[in-house]
Design a protein around this ligand. Structure first.
Ligand SMILES: Cc1cc2nc3c(=O)[nH]c(=O)nc-3n(C[C@H](O)[C@H](O)[C@H](O)COP(=O)(O)OP(=O)(O)OC[C@H]3O[C@@H](n4cnc5c(N)ncnc54)[C@H](O)[C@@H]3O)c2cc1C
Length: 355
């Protein structure tokens, strides 16, 4: 079998890369091992325009957020699913200082940070002492719907191999690569934190980050907003179900969920919610984060048949559609990649890796 592109991974990066290649009528095959706890499969899906304790506008928000909103609507229309919904984050201030800091951002006319008109609105189901504000527009990408729907379409079109990719079977050929009985012009790695182990990319400054979440049934909590107080409580498409998390661990000994996270999160929920809740599931995943918090996109500087779309860190839902689209424009039409995301910024170190 010959294809133009062999894509490794169908998380959110591989999904968007294959989507834009398909739109251009380019042949491809995706290999994915369906890892149940991959970053994309346990993410909340939040597309948030601000970050950190000071609610700073995220990198390229004005460009990336509208792009993502349109892209998810478009893929949802094609697959006949709701792939995205618009929400508001209600940010409950954990201290008077955080309240001051938030209101300062409002005074500075941040386009995404707003004061909330009715401070007592959430009193009957939440405990909070220092008021609340609004962050909007915010989106939720419904990855629990989108990833299986895209997987189903790839399966039906026989564009998906559901197995573990084995690097030992990869061969460099004069006009591309071969992998068992598949030949391709290029192979693109969209395999999340796995990429950090491959010889072509193991010198990239990956900084894998572990995050955990609880799936919680909170039947009496209105699903219209995302609620934030130290952690996020995010409504899922199943009525009554909420995603609760997360933590950010730069150092970890194993990939499993931890007792500490579960106990701490349950305790926070008990203190915050005035209504009953039941924990249904507890999962952990590894975010493909990078030291300088920018993605890795492009073709290897010395191996023209090998590329990467990765390093999405904590923001894969917003970054992946934009950069998959940009990457396809680069591959097919020679368009320029954003220099802050282009993997060629590591040309020197990557060239050293391959003799
Ligand atoms: C707890 C948690 C919460 C998060 N919440 C958010 C959020 O709200 N918003 C947001 O934008 N981001 C969030 N993230 C980050 C987000 O999940 C990542 O940025 C994004 O999912 C990365 O997607 P990816 O496709 O690049 O990699 P991955 O999701 O890791 O996908 C890689 C894919 O490759 C496959 N694969 C790997 N190795 C192989 C192999 N050898 N052979 C075959 N297949 C392979 C895996 O099965 C997987 O399908 C969160 C992450 C965590 C852990």
């Amino acid at each position: 079998m010959h294809v133009d592109y062999l894509i490794i991974g169908q998380g959110i990066s591989g999904t968007w890369l294959s989507y834009y290649l398909q739109k251009e009528g380019i042949s491809f095959l995706v290999i994915d091992d369906n890892a149940p706890h991959s970053s994309s499969r346990i993410a909340a899906g939040i597309i948030n325009p601000v970050t950190g304790r000071r609610h700073v506008t995220v990198w390229m928000a004005d460009e990336i957020l509208p792009f993502a909103a349109t892209a998810y609507k478009e893929i949802g229309f094609e697959l006949d699913i709701a792939a995205i919904s618009q929400k508001t984050i209600i940010d409950f201030f954990p201290s008077p200082q955080m309240r001051e800091s938030f209101l300062q951002r409002v005074d500075e006319n941040s386009p995404y940070v707003h004061s909330y008109p009715e401070q007592n609105h959430f009193n009957h189901f939440l405990n909070y002492d220092f008021g609340c504000g609004e962050i909007r527009p915010v989106y939720i990408a419904h990855l629990d719907t989108l990833l299986p729907a895209w997987q189903k379409q790839l399966r039906q079109k026989q564009l998906l191999l559901e197995e573990k990719f084995n690097i030992d079977a990869l061969r460099m050929e004069a006009r591309g690569i071969s992998y068992h009985d598949i030949t391709a012009r290029k192979i693109i790695f969209c395999d999340g934190s796995s990429s950090a182990q491959w010889p072509f990319f193991n010198l990239l400054p990956f900084a894998p980050n572990k995050g955990e979440m609880l799936l919680v049934d909170i039947p009496d909590l209105p699903p219209h907003n995302i609620y934030k107080k130290g952690m996020m409580v995010v409504p899922l498409t199943t009525p009554g179900l909420f995603w609760v998390g997360s933590n950010y661990a730069w150092e970890f000994d194993h990939m499993d969920p931890t007792k500490e996270f579960r106990l701490r999160t349950e305790q926070l929920l008990r203190e915050w919610l005035k209504i009953p809740f039941t924990v249904i599931e507890h999962l952990a995943g590894i975010r493909p984060a990078t030291l300088e918090r920018r993605p890795f996109i492009g073709i290897h500087p010395t191996k023209p048949a090998i590329g990467i779309l990765n390093g999405m860190g904590t923001k894969g839902c917003s970054l992946a559609p934009f950069f998959a689209h940009q990457f396809v424009g680069h591959l097919l039409h020679g368009k320029t990649l954003n220099p802050e995301a282009d993997v060629n910024r590591f040309r020197k170190i990557l060239s050293r890796n391959i003799s």
